[in-house]
Design a protein around this ligand. Structure first.
Ligand code: HEC
Length: 149
């Protein structure tokens, strides 16, 4: 092999493996969505879910998620399995949150989930669910958490 070709060949291998290594963490977390959702006020942001995830709480949350929430059930956009891919999600920008994505969900506190469910995210498909009482909203927080646990 002539020296020049050898040089090109070697540098391609070096660059290639370098890129491969830096791309790894990005691949592992590729479910993470860019969140431009407004942040809850500090006091609410810091709240933790007062409910324990008992069978009753989860089944109440499930009912609201799939059917009960008005005007639209969460599953229509967030999907029955929480993947952010419900029937109405197609073409929606930004996309509905993917609750299955552990790498992202673990960094979103309970209080933030609670506040967005109540108030929505202006200018997106996520409406505020004003008709739900606090207890119901926490039931929903418990239910959407289990998609990534
Ligand atoms: C019409 C479609 C639609 C429905 C119905 C809907 N959502 Fe959403 N939801 C969205 C979209 C779109 C976003 C992303 C908003 C953004 O990025 O600002 C979102 C974001 C969220 C978030 C993310 C909060 C954050 O800070 O990242 C939560 C939690 C959530 N929705 C819960 C629910 C629950 C619970 C219900 C049912 C009570 C529901 N959503 C119903 C479309 C929907």
């Amino acid at each position: 092999m002539n020296l020049f070709i050898r040089y090109i060949y070697l540098s391609a291998i070096v660059t290639g493996s370098f890129l491969f290594f830096i791309a790894q963490p990005a691949l592992a977390d590729d479910c993470i969505q860019q969140r431009k959702t407004p942040k809850a006020p500090a006091k609410i942001y810091k709240q933790t879910n007062p409910l324990e995830s008992t069978a009753e709480v989860l089944s109440a949350g499930e009912q609201l998620y799939n059917k009960g929430a008005k005007p639209l059930a969460c599953a229509k956009c967030h999907g029955a399995q929480g993947g952010g891919n419900g029937k109405m999600a197609a073409g929606m920008k930004p996309n509905p949150r993917n609750f299955v994505c552990k790498a992202m969900m673990q960094d979103i506190p309970d209080g933030q989930l609670f506040w967005v469910i109540k108030n929505g995210s202006k200018g997106t498909g996520m409406m505020g669910f004003k008709a739900l009482n606090d207890n119901q909203v926490w039931q929903l927080v418990s239910y959407i958490r289990q998609f990534s646990n």
